[in-house]
Ligand binder design. Structure first.
Ligand code: F0G
Length: 357
């Protein structure tokens, strides 16, 4: 197979980059869009507010605009290796966008089940443009996931939700990158939780990084659900989850056990944040130049809550994952913003409008 590499840089895509740490062999056909290698940005504002060193892992800069690509490159590559010709997933949007893109690249058929009316426009556009067979169901994500599980059991079609173990394996590489960038593990790691695959993956990544000798310590893992969709916090499934952060509108997470294991064994926790707090952090991040989707802001809202609870020791190193790009949800982005004002195409009125005249 031809190898793609950027001149003068490390191998591209998470499979080539972390080949020895993933369940792949020379026989695995690598289906990649050069995912991973996302920036770890220092946040001056949050660092000052938290009296800590706060770093943001900007996963919205993956090829399809979310962290899902790390898991999807591996899930699709392994599906091809195993001779599969079709994949299926349930999704609140990002998984379907990623599955559609990687399946398209591999020449696989992709079927997608999404909850009716609760998928952001950009994500739907992605699944459609990449040629996935998209079906809206009259039900929520949890029901869609159950249906796809049944489909994958009864038919020769590979399920690429995070119940597919290759998804978690691929997604753990984000923790590797953080350790590589910082030269150590953070003290606290904070992120949103929906189906709970990603927190499971990060925890695995940090533990493997320590085992490999890349770091000496492990972070405390903190996950945040939206208050109206917080089954892990409540200790029971939520039948009708509700939140503006549609990506994490999930009432019965598939990786529930992985999430509680990560938080309990690291000395962290799984908590919830209110929609109002999510929106506020979304706007603050945008002011700082970081356009993320609502669900991504749940981690930052959560960090603020940890500070209030006195759980952020002064000077500690914190990483916060920004899971998806804000352009995925343009409706929400412009809903609260002032519309551009129409002015004549003349300098005078333009300057006047800008208070420069
Ligand atoms: N942030 C974003 C932007 C997401 O799309 C998701 C999950 C999460 C956070 C939560 O991650 O499920 O691993 O705990 N989105 C899935 C989807 C459910 O279908 O795209 P998780």
């Amino acid at each position: 197979m031809r190898t793609e590499q950027r001149a003068g840089s490390a191998p591209t895509g998470i499979i080539r980059r972390y080949f020895d740490h993933l369940p792949v062999s020379d026989e695995t056909p690598i289906v990649t869009l050069h995912e991973g290698g996302t920036p770890l940005l220092h946040s001056e504002r949050l660092s000052e507010e938290m009296n800590a060193e706060v770093w943001l892992k900007y996963e919205g800069l993956n090829p399809t605009g979310s962290f899902k690509d790390r898991g999807m490159t591996l899930a699709i590559s392994k599906a091809v290796e195993e001779g599969s010709e079709a994949v299926v997933c349930a999704s609140t949007g990002n998984t379907s966008a990623s599955a559609a893109a990687y399946a398209g690249r591999a020449g696989l058929t992709c079927a997608v089940l999404i909850p009716k009316g609760n998928v952001a426009l950009g994500k739907l556009a992605q699944a459609l443009v990449h040629g996935a067979r998209v079906l809206e169901i009259d039900g929520n994500f949890d029901l869609a996931l159950n249906l796809t599980k049944e489909m994958a059991q009864a038919y020769p079609i590979t399920l690429v939700n995070s119940v597919n173990p290759f998804r978690i394996e691929g997604q753990k590489t984000a923790a590797f990158e953080i350790v590589e960038s910082l030269g150590r593990s953070p003290d606290l790691h904070v992120m949103p939780v929906g189906n709970a695959g990603n927190i499971t993956a990060y925890w695995r990544g940090y533990r493997e990084a320590k085992r490999a000798g890349w770091s000496q310590t492990l972070p405390k893992m903190f996950g945040f659900q939206a208050e109206g969709a917080a089954p892990i916090v409540r200790g029971e499934p939520v039948a009708d989850p509700k939140t503006v952060a549609t990506a994490i509108r999930i009432g019965n997470p598939a990786s529930w056990i992985g999430a509680t294991e990560a938080s309990a064994s690291s000395g962290g926790g799984i908590y919830s944040v209110r929609d109002k707090e999510i929106v506020e952090s979304y706007r603050n991040l945008a002011e700082e130049g970081l356009f993320v989707e609502l669900a991504s802001a749940a981690g930052v809202a959560g960090l603020r809550q940890l500070k209030q609870r006195d759980l952020v020791p002064p000077g500690c190193v914190v990483t916060c994952v920004l899971t998806g790009h804000g352009l995925k949800d343009p409706d929400w982005a412009i809903a609260g913003a002032a519309r551009p004002k129409l002015v004549p195409a003349e300098l005078g009125p333009i300057l006047q409008e800008l208070d420069l005249g």
